[in-house]
Design a protein around this ligand. Structure first.
Ligand code: PLP
Length: 386
């Protein structure tokens, strides 16, 4: 039996592959420092867990409405108004199992062969994978290290064409940690406002920033009706395993997501949605604590990386990644990442796991203790014989 041809165009995520290789080494007795996986190393805050347990006890164990519990859609709409400073209602919200479905479903609903999609490269690998899977045309835009890993706006202007159906933005950005400056967001809105395209604004890291807060393009004049905001609970509330996320989008697209959800998931788990309400409406001090801790680690880890020969690490403005330029080592990113895992027991990702323009870079997640991060710096130093 042969798989459908389109399956040859869908990719897997490098982070999960490296994790599997690292685990295999651990099974042989090796000690590995895990800096490859993109999930907070903090527990889900207690009051959220309690809300989930209570929901199970109360019997929130059945199907719910396809687009999410009305109370959660209300809470999300209010949260988006609060955090982004815009006005919108729950009819624009669709609750789905994680942030990823807000890439999968809207792309499935919108893209056809011949449609062009502009997206950051390096970038979250699922964007490119889905564009290829659907037979649309990928239009990667390299990110510019000197611009804090933002786009070259002239290049973006040149790449926009009558066929551009979607533009993907991700700020704070995976893998670089870059935050798109507000003036760039304004300039991008100016470029796309009068075009027949939709912006997928991946804001999953929006609460994790260290300097300037990220600006959502949806808040700019004329942009709300042509933007899909992707957000969720995985990163902000350390809830990766709960599988709870959402999109905020024009109502005609909510209707399309509804149909795709009916045909795939029926609905998102009801008790996790009850926990989600507690997350949005409850105390936020643990989010603040987590972000403060990521900042402390970012400062120490990037400073450490910058002492290594051949390494140059810009200081990321958000998310929980360090993305050093390693061209000075003379090694390719893949060769470096593979050897670092095998020889030094430090698991990280090659920049090329995020696209061809990731060559020359590595991604380290700082979702590990400061002690382990500093031990990793020491291991890399020894690996470099420095
Ligand atoms: N978008 C970006 C940029 C991410 O890094 C991730 C997770 O790593 C997601 C979306 C998906 O998040 P979730 O685990 O909620 O599906």
């Amino acid at each position: 039996m042969k798989l459908a041809k389109r399956m040859s165009r869908i990719a897997v995520e490098g982070a999960f592959e490296v994790l599997a290789r690292a685990r295999a080494l651990e099974a042989q007795g090796r000690h590995i420092i895990h800096l490859e996986i993109g999930e907070p190393d903090f527990p889900t805050p207690r009051h959220i867990v309690e809300a989930g347990k209570k929901a199970l006890d109360e019997g929130w164990t059945h199907y719910g409405p396809t687009l999410g519990l009305p109370e959660l859609r209300e809470a999300i709409a209010a949260y988006i108004c609060r955090t982004r400073g815009i006005q919108l209602g729950p009819e624009r919200v669709s609750v789905v199992p994680g942030g990823k479905p807000i890439i999968f479903f809207p792309m499935l609903a919108l893209l056809e062969p011949g449609d062009e999609v502009i997206y950051p490269n390096p970038g979250f690998p699922v964007y490119e994978s889905m564009i290829n899977f659907l037979g649309a045309t990928p239009v990667p835009i390299p990110l510019v290290e000197d611009r804090g890993f933002s786009f070259d706006l002239d290049l973006l202007a040149r790449k926009l064409s009558p066929k551009t159906k979607m533009l993907i933005l991700n700020s704070p950005h995976n893998p670089t940690g870059g935050v798109i400056p507000a003036e760039d967001i304004h300039a991008i809105a100016g470029l796309v406002r009068d075009r027949d395209l939709i912006v997928l604004s991946d804001e999953i890291y929006t609460r994790i920033y260290f300097d300037e807060p990220p600006l959502s393009i949806a808040t700019l004049p004329g942009m709300l009706d042509k933007t899909i905001i992707l957000d969720g609970f995985s990163k902000t509330y350390a809830m990766t395993g709960w599988r709870l996320g959402y999109g905020v989008m024009p109502v005609w697209l909510v209707d399309a997501v509804n149909k795709l959800m009916v045909n795939s998931n029926s609905c998102t788990a009801s008790f996790t949605q009850r926990a989600g309400i507690a997350a949005l409406n409850g105390p936020q001090n643990e989010v603040d604590h987590m972000v403060a801790e990521f900042r402390r680690r970012r400062d120490a880890f990037c400073a450490g990386l910058n002492t290594l020969p051949g390494f140059r690490c810009p200081i990321p403005g958000g998310a929980f990644y360090a993305y050093p330029n390693i061209t000075g080592t003379g090694m390719t990113s893949t060769a470096f990442a593979d050897a670092l895992l095998q020889e030094a027991g430090v698991a990280c990702l090659s920049g090329t796991a995020f696209g061809e323009y990731g060559e020359g870079y590595l991604r380290f997640s700082v979702a590990n203790s400061l002690e382990n991060l500093m031990a990793a710096i020491q291991r890399i130093r020894e690996f470099l014989h420095a």
